[in-house]
Design a protein around this ligand. Sequence first.
Ligand SMILES: [Zn+2]
Length: 129
Amino acid sequence: MSGNECLNDEVCDESGKNAFAVFCKRCNCLILREKQASFVAIQIELPLSEVKTSANNANEQQIDKESLNEHWYVENIYTFENMGFSNTVNDTKYLVCAECEYGPLGLHYIKSNQSYLSLSRVAFRKNEN
Ligand SMILES: [Zn+2]
């Protein structure tokens, strides 16, 4: 897959990495330090609403999803400062905030160990000065 140039100058540095640390929108928990992930423009579908880790009666087909096109690609889950995982769907897990379980924030592919964090689901904090 090519075409990974960053379309979003606001959040990428010159090498396409995240220019700013990434935080949970709800509880402000640090998810990823700056320059740890690469911008990728790929389409990933995520449920609109929160996925409960304890849900055992959720019918996947009844969950509304949206297509998100801008993600941080994280090669290894140990790159995350804090990250939780929600329910497993096929070979993927949803990423949720480790502190408050807000999410899904993105997708984790179990077999490849790759994660995609959706830009629109997380917050950024720009350094002062
Ligand atoms: Zn949180």
